[in-house]
Design a protein around this ligand. Structure first.
Ligand code: T4K
Length: 380
């Protein structure tokens, strides 16, 4: 292709939120108005909590005002202390919640294929101070849950999963919420299923569920008893109402994103140096992100050059997750943050690019994104 393809008239972002027909949302809000009950375990909150427990295959589920506070309180409830092993290849919230709990994050390198925590490397990092593993199902790619479960049994530590990207992910038909001691989901506006802001914790442990619910409501058991130092992590009725409406549109949005992803999968891999990140055949995709890896030696262009040049076509991709959490000023002095200890994560973070993925982009939009990438790479 020599002729420069047309760019987009309007900016195309890495994602756009699913927005249901407004009248469906206002109908839900009318009921909230009618009830004059706006937060603190209202009817919409309770309905969404049980609908999500079903959808996610969770024995118990607790809603939160966002994913970060859900993670924060999961660390409290699971009594993470000392050191917790985690991945540097994630959004800063994952690391921050450990810090906020007074826990030292111990960064572990990632596996070249799954881009999630490398269990063999993780085992080498276990010390007498280790109380848990905080793994991330990054881009909806499951961690090696079997190997991590073996570490959990062998070393008597707890496992918390950050599934912010993994709503709807399944391994051999088993929902991702079934693994580990607890699993966090994010319902931020940038997530396929969202409630503008929101999050949740899934667990099969009844006691943990009780702690989650106490912690998010100041530790209040009843009018006179406060049984633990909780904070405010409650989801309100306005958020929950949006969640309920969006849940009814989830399947359609997932299918629409699959059509976009199909175009990328069919047309990108034959561009030298561009490789689509694929999930194994036994994994159901969350359709949260579509990732390519740029091999600059083969493509003749660096990931950052591609990222910049796509902007001239009005395409705003994202470099999730660059820099690594271990490279940020607040964590780079930790001994586990040394780049030579994290060779795979360091390299991968310089190769990945998240392309636009949302239903409204459509096949035509996806084709235009591919045309732009092809043109940029051919010009090298
Ligand atoms: N763990 C992991 C692994 C995570 O990825 C996240 C969050 C968390 C934990 C924490 O969960 P929450 O506490 O957020 O529930 C975004 C999201 O804010 C964040 O939720 C997400 N991960 C992260 C990967 O992406 P930014 O700083 O990249 O967002 P922003 O504002 O640049 O938005 C990205 C694009 O989305 C924009 O370019 C346009 C589009 N957009 C965004 C918003 C907010 C819209 O079209 N409409 C919107 O309302 O962090």
């Amino acid at each position: 292709m020599n002729q420069k393809p047309d760019g987009f008239d309007n900016p195309v972002y890495v994602t756009r939120p699913m927005l249901p027909p407004l009248e469906e949302y206002t109908a839900q809000l009318a009921e909230v108005w009618q009830s004059a009950w706006l937060t603190n375990s209202g009817a919409k909150h309770n309905a969404l909590e049980s609908a999500l427990a079903d959808k996610l295959g969770a024995a118990y589920f607790s809603l939160f005002n966002n994913g970060t506070s859900a993670l924060l309180m999961a660390c409290q409830a699971m009594e993470f202390t000392g050191e917790v092993i985690t991945t540097p290849f994630t959004f800063p919230a994952t690391t921050h919640v450990l810090h906020w709990n007074g826990v030292t994050p111990v960064f572990c390198d990632i596996d070249e294929e799954t881009l999630t925590i490398d269990p063999a490397a993780a085992e080498k990092l276990i010390t007498p101070r280790t109380t848990g593993i905080l793994g991330v199902h990054v881009y909806g790619m499951p961690c090696d849950v079997k190997a991590i479960d073996a570490l959990r049994s062998r070393h008597g530590i707890k496992v918390l999963y950050d599934a912010a990207h993994a709503f709807g992910t399944e391994i051999d038909g088993v929902p991702i919420a079934k693994f580990g001691d607890a699993t966090m989901f994010s319902f931020h506006a940038t997530k396929l299923f969202h409630s503008a802001e929101g999050g949740g914790l899934a667990t099969a442990d009844r006691e943990l569920k009780c702690s989650f619910d106490l912690l998010k409501n100041f530790g209040i058991r009843n009018e006179t008893e406060v049984v633990m130092p909780g904070i405010n992590g409650k989801m309100n009725e306005v958020q929950a109402a949006l969640g309920l409406v969006n849940l009814s549109h989830y399947d359609a949005e997932h299918a629409a994103r699959q059509r976009v992803a199909q175009v990328y999968l069919e047309r990108l891999d034959d561009i030298p140096g561009i490789k689509c990140f694929r999930l194994p055949a036994n994994v159901r995709s969350s359709m949260q992100y579509f990732i390519i890896r740029v091999n600059s030696q083969r493509s003749g262009i660096t990931r950052d050059e591609l990222y910049e040049r796509l902007k001239t076509f009005n395409v705003f991709t994202r470099r999730y997750f660059y820099p690594l959490c271990s490279e940020h000023e607040c964590y780079r002095t930790l001994s586990s943050a040394a780049p030579e200890r994290l060779p795979v994560a360091t390299r991968v973070s310089r190769e990945v690019l998240a392309l636009p993925l949302y239903g409204g982009l459509g096949s035509d939009g996806a084709n235009k994104v591919v045309d732009a990438i092809r043109y940029i790479c051919n010009g090298k």
